[in-house]
Ligand binder design. Sequence first.
Ligand code: SF4
Length: 724
Amino acid sequence: MREVNTTCAYCGVGCGVSIAPDGKGVHGDASHSANLGRLCQKGERLLDTLPLPSAMRYPRLHGKTTDWDSAIALMAERFSAAIRDHGPGSVALYLSGQLLTEDYFVANKLAKGFWGTANVDTNSRLCMSAAVSAHQRAFGEDLVPGCYQDFEQAELVVLVGSNAAWTHPVLFQRLLRARESRGTKIVVIDPRKTATAAQADWHISLSPGGDLALFSLLLLELSRQGAVDPAYVEAHTQGLDATLASLDAALADTGAAARALGLSLPELQKLVDLYRSNKVVTAFCQGVNQQVSGTDTINAIINCHLLLGQIGKPGCGPFSLTGQPNAMGGREVGALATQLACHLSFGDAERQLLHGFWPGSQLPDAPGLTATELFQAMADGKIKAVWIMATNPMVSLPDRELVQRALQTCPFVVVSDITPDTDTAQLADLLLPALGWSEKSGTVTNSERTISRQRAFRAPKGEARADWQAVCALAQAMGYGGFDYPSAAAIFREHAALSSVVKGAFPEKHFDISPLATLSDEAYEAMAPLRWPVGAQEPRLFADGRFAFKDGRARFVPPAVMPSIPSIKAAPAINERPARLTLEPGNFQLNSGRSRDQWHTRSRTGHVAALCRQEWEPQLYLAPKDMQALALKEGDLVALAMQEQAEQADGVAVKPSELKNVSKAELFLPVKKDDSLKPGHPFVSMHWTGQELGSGVNAVVAAEVDPISRQPAFKGQKVRLSPL
Ligand code: SF4
């Protein structure tokens, strides 16, 4: 009996963990490049989550136990009938960053290759599709250029919309150690004074949406002050002049723009000086991605790095921090509705290549429905059969009422999960038991492009199956060839072989794992973590200055929508507390995010006492000034609802979705004072579900999306607070 090396299930850092031979001890894998032996609180408690008290072990049809053969036969009948009677666009898959790359690969192959629909999207749409779109616009391919060592080699790390101390703890610890040993400066740009901001050298507290204006101003000022790498810009980029011209027009008065952001001119100058005189990593996360201008904001960040030539070199570059353990793996195999496998687009040449690789396939010629579009189409009766895997959209998508209506309208809803207790599973026709972490085997890719093995170390009970096995069983029952894989290793080899074919046809692409196409089962089993492109000596992409466009040049990208400067009026002074008080519209913008110790909708971590201590009940966090203005004390109950009136608060654009279909949902929450918050910006943890909260916080978040990436804008929802 030996230790089993596997990968933590909880975040995009992708730490290696070693499980003791008896399965009762866990420690960090010292040989894994992500964590070098360290784990955070969630990682250390991984074994406490096992076994899951509510684990599902047998398929269930309308609440009654059934068997796999009957379940698969029913699925084949319903999906085939939908495609025959209503066309391929009437069926869909909705996937998850919890899936392993092998699961993702066959799901994408079935939907896009054989059903002929691109209606296969993933919950990664909710957390990082803005980064995908920004990378494609700037680099020509969805690529994170840097690696974790850059956080240790940088002189300055700027964290934007990221509470890395809680969400990516091991990486943040690496950064703090680098600061101790070599004096790395840390700047945090975030509306909240988070645990991360509290440890920064400088916390810039912007209102949600202010970061697009800030990085646009930064680009202008760097350029005006000559902080440009002219040789780099000349040799490796295009579009700078047009970008500067459009920003110049939008942000002509630097002083006024800076003041509107809450910065003095000397503070703006300080930021300019920090960028021009240091090697800088700018890391960004959901605070940036989950805005209506998320893609533009990331391009504004990338623009600054291109101007300075700070990309593809040690200790610098833009860095997208991914939330889930395998959000990257899903992107690599085309599990987003907007791209095909191996980062291919829907062009004729790309589709022909895939058609040749998968004989008998029929590729769709256009992107499919993204997450919010898919559930809207379901609610409109256009989707006749859907399979949701390892995710809980009733809680994680915006506009819970719409998602509920969608699932109730769709004639056939299949949900695969490790538990039947999620809010989404309650609305399924057919429930399929899936293997969970500790039981399943495959690969995941972390934020720095490192592919790691996730390995089973516990035998599953009952009849739970790997998701790839369930997908292949359905594909075979529907009569499709090419799904008779004997193992996850065989799927991985096909994934690698496809990357080889793609690299041959499109040499400008960087995604390449072709050396792994001939991996034996034994070598796959023993595979150590490795970064792609596999075989490259250089850990960073673009070190040679070549990007993935045909001309090899990166693009400066001006915002599609010019930056507005948000500002929030202070809450009005209120001396008396009426029985039910509603503030003026526009005075509150709600943010949501992770707590330190919980994971997603608590399905795995909610039963571990040690992980519940930090926040043991849902709460509405309020700035002290807001508490005072509302005459509230800690523990008082408040009703929280989507703001009903679409009135314009000073400087804040009205969300179009607020003009129609405003949800009537209300959340009733005890309030807690939080000194880290700006007045007007309450906060609720995202983890609480219908079982604890009556619904998740997203019940009061409108389904508004970034028009470029289609990523929902969870941050900055205008809400109404009514003390009870
Ligand atoms: Fe797991 Fe992320 Fe913690 Fe690493 S940092 S142990 S991957 S939760």
